[in-house]
Design a protein around this ligand. Structure first.
Ligand SMILES: Nc1ncnc2c1ncn2[C@@H]1O[C@H](COP(=O)(O)OP(=O)(O)OP(=O)(O)O)[C@@H](O)[C@H]1O
Length: 521
């Protein structure tokens, strides 16, 4: 890039307060033309807030924001940031559930006019989607409500790059890959690098720190509202970023040593103990005989694979097959690929916290205690002290910050996720079913969550854990890898490296387009 080009973004001295919370404190940073930069920080550090002040969605209290040489006071909002070439993907996805994909595309694409507006908009969106996420499998007539969270995330990301009436100059991506698998994430960053070379500037926040290090040029680190340091991505390490965030730079102690993927064992990864079988998944084998996969009491099992290959369908089937009471058994549940039976009750942490997770009108405490009210009740009335004690316990176990009487929506995204984890873990069910449970959660808390899960498992709770973050699968005892709806490999957690999981997901061959989950989630 020419040194003569003006910086795409200059943020100077921006502050923003919500009541007693100083969310952003005198923050300054710069993004040059064609740069991919990251903003890292602990949950609640102020990342989403500063980005909303930059795009003018919310008014700051002080400071200035200069986009492409045009300065404005940070205390003014902007009605149409896209007219300034500023596009944003928010952490909480914002697509309208009742629209079709092509109708959704037209909202972002102001060049889609006239009788053929739908097809113009779809053509422009699909052009980006095909390059950003090859094999995305998204149809123009699908309703947004029918799409998985990963596919909605893909649509939001692609929509920022459509060359509409005003070309994108600054693209702001708040946790854009939090539901994407490794293959989609890799193609996404390859696309961003190409657009950056054409002059588009990009700001990304993510708690997947290795993504920042591998793909961006500079990383700003926020801590308690302040932009405290800047690191060149080349040379930065996870530890250097976590330390700058002010978090203990401890990796999970039990994470297994990285195995050589050539030695991955796929045939003999059976549970080592002979404890009670809690989940039984049966699927037809290639030779017509059925294959049975058992999950035993106290095991941590990962469900892995490329997005949309049946992991979530299986996880939901396990949930639906579980009983209302601990220890009870229900009739097996049949899906297209599996017959599932479960002994005992379960609690489920949804990966789609905006739609299937939080109760947005309730306070934090009620969001946490809701699923445990049965054990907090006497004579039909909730015991306030017992409820407060439960909320207090989980606040401290997961390091939740913020008043428990505040609306859940006033918490940062990662902190809301912690509240959802607390809700499910507090139930004390036989089975804990996790769908990308650490989505948006910072590195230090992740390590604590991993430890908590191991503690729960040691006490006899069985955990089934779907994750798009292959790195965290190493915390599992065993990992089931799915391809085209079926379990194709079972490996030990120690063998579950990113390379091994990807290799098994593809199975050394082209897999069918990812379209198993889309129509049902
Ligand atoms: N609308 C709001 N009302 C009240 N407080 C808010 C509001 N939005 C954000 N906050 C507070 O501002 C602080 C910064 O939140 P922000 O969402 O910017 O953090 P973040 O760095 O993006 O966190 P995360 O990594 O969890 O997404 C938090 O303490 C949060 O509770």
């Amino acid at each position: 890039m020419s040194d003569q080009s003006p910086d795409t973004l200059v943020v100077q001295g921006v502050s923003k307060r919500f009541g007693s919370t100083l969310a952003v404190n005198d923050a300054s940073f710069t993004v040059r033309r064609g740069e991919l930069i990251g903003i890292a920080g602990h949950n609640g550090a102020g990342k989403s807030t500063i980005l909303k002040v930059v795009n003018g969605t919310i008014a700051g209290d002080s400071g200035t924001v200069t986009v492409n040489g045009i300065a404005r006071s940070a205390d003014t909002t902007v009605a149409h940031p896209e007219k300034l070439g500023v596009r944003t993907v928010y952490q909480e996805l914002s697509l309208c559930a009742s629209l079709r994909v092509d109708e959704t595309a037209a909202i972002f694409d102001h060049s889609a006019r006239g009788l053929s507006w739908r097809s113009t908009a779809w053509h422009n969106l699909r052009t980006v989607l095909d390059e950003m996420f090859p094999g995305h499998g998204i149809r123009k007539d699908a309703k947004i409500s029918e799409l998985s969270i990963a596919r909605r995330q893909m649509i939001e990301c692609a929509s920022t790059m459509i060359d509409s009436t005003v070309r994108p100059a600054l693209v702001i991506l708040d946790e854009p890959t939090s539901s994407l698998d490794a293959a989609s994430t890799a193609s996404f960053y390859a696309y961003l690098k190409k657009r950056a070379a054409e002059g588009v500037s990009v700001i990304i926040t993510t708690h997947r720190l290795h993504e920042m290090i591998d793909n961006l040029s500079r990383i700003y680190v926020m801590r308690d509202g302040q932009v405290l340091s800047e690191q060149r991505a080349e040379g930065a390490t996870k530890e250097s970023i976590v330390t700058a965030m002010g978090l203990a730079a401890h990796e999970s102690s039990r994470v297994a040593p990285i195995a050589d993927s050539s030695t991955v064992t796929t045939t003999d990864a059976r549970p080592t103990t002979a404890s009670e079988v809690i989940v039984r998944l049966e699927q037809p084998g290639d030779d017509g005989a059925s294959e049975v996969f058992e999950i035993r009491k106290g095991e941590i099992i990962g469900f892995a694979g490329l997005e949309g290959h049946g992991q979530l369908l299986a996880l939901e089937a396990v949930y639906r097959a579980s009983a209302r009471r601990s220890g009870a058994v229900r009739a097996p549940r049949r899906t297209a690929h599996h017959a599932v039976s479960v002994t005992g009750d379960s609690a489920y942490v949804s990966g789609d916290r905006g739609v299937r997770g939080i109760f947005p009108l309730w306070d934090v405490a009620t969001n946490i205690s809701f699923s445990s009210l049965g054990k907090l009740t006497a004579g039909g009335l909730v015991k306030p002290k017992a409820e407060a004690a439960l909320v207090h316990e989980w606040y401290s176990r997961l390091g939740i910050k913020g008043q428990s009487t505040d609306p859940i929506t006033s918490l940062s995204g990662g902190t809301q996720q912690k509240a959802l984890m607390a809700r499910a873990m507090a139930v004390g069910s036989d089975l804990l079913l996790l769908e990308d449970p650490t989505r948006g959660v910072d590195q230090a808390t992740k390590s604590e969550v991993y430890e908590l899960l191991r503690g729960q498992a040691a006490e006899g709770q069985t955990i089934v854990w779907y994750s798009t973050e292959n790195e965290e699968l190493r915390n599992c005892d065993r990992v089931f890898v799915f391809r085209v709806g079926k379990i194709v490999a079972t490996i030990t957690g120690a063998d579950a490296t990113e390379d091994a999981v990807i290799a098994l997901s593809f199975g050394g061959q082209d897999v069918a387009p990812i379209d198993l989950e889309g129509a049902v989630r």
